[in-house]
Design a protein around this ligand. Sequence first.
Ligand code: GLA
Length: 400
Amino acid sequence: MKKFFTIILIATSIFAQKFEKLALTPPMGWNSWNKFGCNINEEIIKKMADAMVESGMKDAGYQYIIIDDCWQGQRDSLGFIQPDPERFPSGMKALADYIHSKGLKFGIYSDAGWYTCGGRPGSRGYEFQDAKKYAEWGVDYLKYDWCYTEGLNAEGAYLTMRNALYAAKRPIVFSICEWGNNRPWLWAKNIGHLWRTTGDITACFDCVVDHGTWKSWGVMQILDMQKGLRAYAGPDHWNDPDMLEVGNGMSVNEDRAHFSMWCMLAAPLIAGNDLSNMTNETKEILTNKEVIAVNQDSLGIQGFKYFENDGLEIWFKPLMHDNWAVCFLNRSTKPIELNFQWNNYIVIDSLFNKEANFRNNIYQIRDLWLKKDIGTTEKNFHSVIPSHDVIMLRLKPIKK
Ligand code: GLA
């Protein structure tokens, strides 16, 4: 009998795989953590689903409503996980149905260790049972964290959950969250659809917050940590520099820069603000379709830093049909005057074999935040970038 089960177990792992093609472009959605932390309940989650539709976020491409930590209650006598009965009295199936009825998808959170980071039951030892429950509830996305995992091998632990999800037979996007500690970009391509590359983000443009045993990172700090990782990302397997802090307290300029850079990075766009109470500026940033199109471009190539000097960075991202996105980022605390002479430059992306040759070719320029065509690369580009802000352009070759 024991042998029989061993054979079944081995067979489940040999024939298991990641559900393919669930994230051909970076996933877009909303997650409860950045704004609400542990203070969540079914009313808040439903309200966010309503707001995602009413605010135009759904139309702009956002899909997933993801409940982060602290939804869990106790396991039942058979070991199946149950939601916290006070916060989610109607149960997870009802919540999933509600979210699905709005044309949205439902995401949930667990942890590879004994407990979640918030101290709720983790999935360790219960992976197959948890995956089965998620499938029954109608879960479409799982974020899987890394607290209380002492002694565990990360690749093995994430592989176990991947296999469990596959065995449960419901396609679920698998979001790996071990903070880049074990260099997941080297092993996670066939395990998950996205993997965190860093520790937690905080709503600050350029700072580090020290919590004693761990640190959270500002937008610029996280941006710098993406260096060297673009080779590993592409359709269905993305680097995840953590969720968005747009609308959570930074200035409008900083929010715009943060959002633009996440789009340049082909990062998952998971909003983390209160969708039911957004300023117009926040909404306009999160729903700018032309900026989002840079993120969602089907080539799925992560952008790169081409130039940096004195607080100015210039980033390029190859897009479909030989288009390019260009982002001028001002990290400094003063405005920067820009006088960019295109035809001095030949931009080469040797990793993905792309070239923007401004000496030989002319491109039409569209300013994606002004939403205006602003001429061609024949002329110098002259403008001023406010402090902690960007100018983001889309270039389209002009057929000769
Ligand atoms: C970790 C993750 C965060 C969030 C919290 C929840 O810190 O990195 O994104 O999920 O746990 O406790």
